[in-house]
Design a protein around this ligand. Structure first.
Ligand code: BDR
Ligand code: CA
Length: 316
């Protein structure tokens, strides 16, 4: 039997319920070899999201290093989202305590180490502010060619969610996003265009809970918590943002993906942090981003349930 060709992956995020669900999904993909987890301030402070990341790594029995990244954006003050994710940044189900030491390297140096040592080009999946990735590109431009793709959850070509123009991850650090979008590195963006259609309804996560394995029960508990605030905003299902940045890599056929030139608004009274697409190629700039615009929601849910089923017999 031929061996599966492994794709080296770095998971960079600010867990966060949807980051965590995305990482559960990533851990089930046989083609993925998760090389490191790196954390960035966003949904909560850096200390909190790093502790969460280490607990998720323990939950998933990941034998990898978690490295702590930037505690604030490249410019300006940090915005956090306790309304969605609670005081811990990952309120809800109990999790195991970290079982690995925190990396002695910073997130940026850990990413650089992974890139340097990897024979294959590495995919970075970033589900928080793009601060670490931007800092990596600025500190180590020679490593750009070792990046296969940066798959991001961030932005929204048609609307924002934190302001009318901006989505949270981009608004936390617009200068970082600008650096990434102008880097020339292959980029895929799961913005609100798709993630607000990636709705997981209560009956969907009851299917996950009914799997009765410990990871599935935690995932269902994360949905329970995350949905409290999302529901109060009028949504009938949980807007399952971050898992899209993972799922669109493994099941691109269920997504509608289009190439556009996208820029980041850095100023403006209302639109700082907006992702602006040149739909009609008025700028003459070549596309710099694969923009994920839509999905087959039911297949997305089925694949999520299928991923959670892989933890049957698992012990925490
Ligand atoms: C993004 O903001 C965060 O609260 C979520 O984890 C997701 O990455 C959605 O706007
Ligand atoms: Ca996130």
């Amino acid at each position: 039997m031929s061996e599966i060709k492994k794709r080296p992956i770095i998971l960079d995020g600010d867990p966060g319920h949807d980051d965590a669900i995305g990482w559960v999904l990533a851990a089930t993909i046989p083609e993925f070899e998760i090389k490191a987890i790196t954390t960035v301030a966003g949904n909560q402070t850096l200390e909190k999201v790093t502790y969460n990341a280490r607990r998720i790594a323990a939950l998933l029995h990941l034998d990898i290093e978690v490295a702590k990244g930037r505690n604030k954006p490249l410019c300006g003050d940090l915005i956090i989202a306790p309304n969605f994710h609670g005081e811990t940044g990952l309120d809800g189900p109990a999790l195991p305590e970290p079982d690995h030491e925190l990396s002695k390297l910073s997130a940026i140096e850990k990413m650089a180490e992974v890139l340097r040592e990897s024979e294959e080009k590495v995919t970075i999946i970033t589900t928080g502010a793009q601060t670490n990735v931007a800092a990596l590109l600025l500190a180590h431009p020679e490593l750009k060619e070792k990046i296969a793709l940066i798959s991001t959850m961030g932005g929204g070509l048609r609307n924002g969610n934190w302001t009318s123009g901006a989505e949270f991850n981009i608004l936390v650090d617009p200068e970082a996003a600008y650096t990434v979008y102008h880097s020339g590195v292959p980029l895929q963006m799961c913005g609100l265009d798709v993630t607000e259609k990636a709705l997981v309804y209560p009956e969907d996560w009851e299917r996950i809970r009914a799997l009765h394995n410990p990871i599935a029960e935690v995932v269902a508990g994360w949905f329970d918590f995350f949905f409290i605030h999302v529901k109060s905003l009028g949504w009938a299902g949980a807007t399952t943002h971050d898992p899209c940045a993972v799922m669109s890599l493994i099941h691109p056929e269920i997504f509608d993906i289009r190439d556009y030139y996208v820029d980041i608004e850095l100023s403006g009274n209302y639109c700082r942090g907006a992702t602006v697409a040149d739909y009609n190629n008025r700028t003459g700039n070549a596309p710099n981003c694969r923009c994920v615009m839509d999905l087959d929601r039911e297949k997305f849910v089925d694949y999520l349930v299928e991923a959670c089923a892989k933890f049957e017999g698992w012990e925490v």
